[in-house]
Design a binder for this molecule. Structure first.
Ligand code: GYE
Length: 347
């Protein structure tokens, strides 16, 4: 009997010790970055950047992603990359996984402006700095280190200034059809506001309709098809109309939607040589359309954010503060340029 009791006591003691050891290992594992065992010491020191990209909705986005991958490689920074497939919920999951992994820095393109406070508070509580890339958010500024991207308001202003100059000799009303990008994104708000800010000083300009094309070529095609088939168009297939009103100018928030509209016009054999076409991004296909006389103005939005982002990542990792806002350099292309001076766009 005594033997049995001793055996039970021994087994209980061993089980208790095993549980304590397991618990200790588990707690210790949470304190250290889960690094791969087969990494060399220098690899162990590589900065780890968690990057949440919104998707691949346009050639601009694809180049933006390539730029970030290339720059991470050139700077010896390990990148954990997640493609959110255009869903904010996927971005929230990705950022939380970066926190668990205890990356050194998190950077992400917020697909929309709202809904980030909680996850950014979790990153802050975990001591992981966050950089906003390309688009901005409505959140407590203390929750992120800074923003790197385009000045969307200035892009909208540039488009409007071009249109004002183009129409400087017109005294009649100038009607505008706007194709906007992803709803509730900062870049759409900015490109809309910048455009309207300049035009507000000139009563002759009237935005007769604004339609959301979600930055997609397919949506630009649909919008074009709708304009041509459901709204009156010139008897000799000349020009675009909306609810019977002739459209003098189209302002498109990105080249993908513009190219989709051009697809539709070509398919329906619509002549829009008198319609002023303004687009934003400046991917190669839109520059080609400009040189072919299908577009009048292309405002650049520079997707090559990788090199600057890695600079900011290294600054933060060294404990330095970064600027609250860092804009990329951008320009504009118009039908008045010397096209022979154009460089290949690379995307
Ligand atoms: O203009 C568009 C992309 O956020 C500035 O998103 C970016 C925009 C860009 O889909 O092509």
């Amino acid at each position: 009997m005594k033997e049995t009791v001793k055996k039970i006591q021994l087994i209980s003691m061993i089980s208790f010790l095993a549980a304590v050891i397991f618990l200790l290992i588990f707690i210790l594992s949470l304190q250290f970055k889960p690094k791969s065992k087969n990494k060399t010491p220098e690899q162990q020191e590589r900065l780890i950047l968690g990057f949440s990209q919104i998707g691949s909705e346009s050639a601009w986005r694809t180049r933006n992603t390539q730029s970030i991958y290339e720059a991470a490689e050139e700077n010896g920074i390990q990148i954990l990359f997640d493609d959110a497939q255009q869903k904010q919920e996927n971005q929230l999951k990705a950022i939380r996984s970066f926190i668990v992994y205890q990356v050194d820095v998190i950077a992400f393109v917020p697909i929309v402006e709202d809904g980030w406070d909680n996850v950014l508070q979790e990153a802050k509580d975990a001591g992981i700095p966050v950089i906003l890339v390309d688009r901005q958010i409505n959140a407590d500024p203390s929750l992120y280190a800074g923003f790197l991207g385009e000045d969307g308001i200035e892009e909208g202003r540039r488009a409007a200034r071009y249109l004002v100059n183009k129409c400087k000799n017109r005294t009649d009303e100038v009607t505008i059809f706007e194709m906007s990008g992803t709803e509730n994104s900062s870049v759409v708000r900015d490109r809309s506001n910048g455009f309207r800010e300049i035009l507000s000083a000139y009563p002759k300009f009237k935005i007769i309709h604004s339609e959301n094309g979600d930055f997609l070529r397919s949506r630009g095609k649909e919008i074009g098809d709708n304009l041509v088939t459901k709204h009156f168009y010139g008897a000799n297939r000349h020009g675009l109309y909306f609810e019977g009103t002739k459209i003098d100018a189209v302002y498109s928030h990105n080249d993908s939607m513009t190219l989709g509209l051009l697809d539709s016009l070509a398919e329906h054999n619509i002549n829009t040589k008198d319609t002023i076409m303004i687009s934003v991004d400046a991917e190669q296909k839109s520059i080609d359309a400009l040189t072919e006389g299908k577009l009048n103005c292309v405002v650049e939005c520079n997707p090559n954010l990788g090199p600057k982002l890695m600079e900011l990542v290294k600054q933060i990792a060294n404990g330095e503060t970064i600027p609250r806002i860092t804009y990329n350099s951008e320009t504009m292309f118009t039908e008045d340029d010397d096209f022979s001076k154009y460089e290949p766009r690379g995307y």
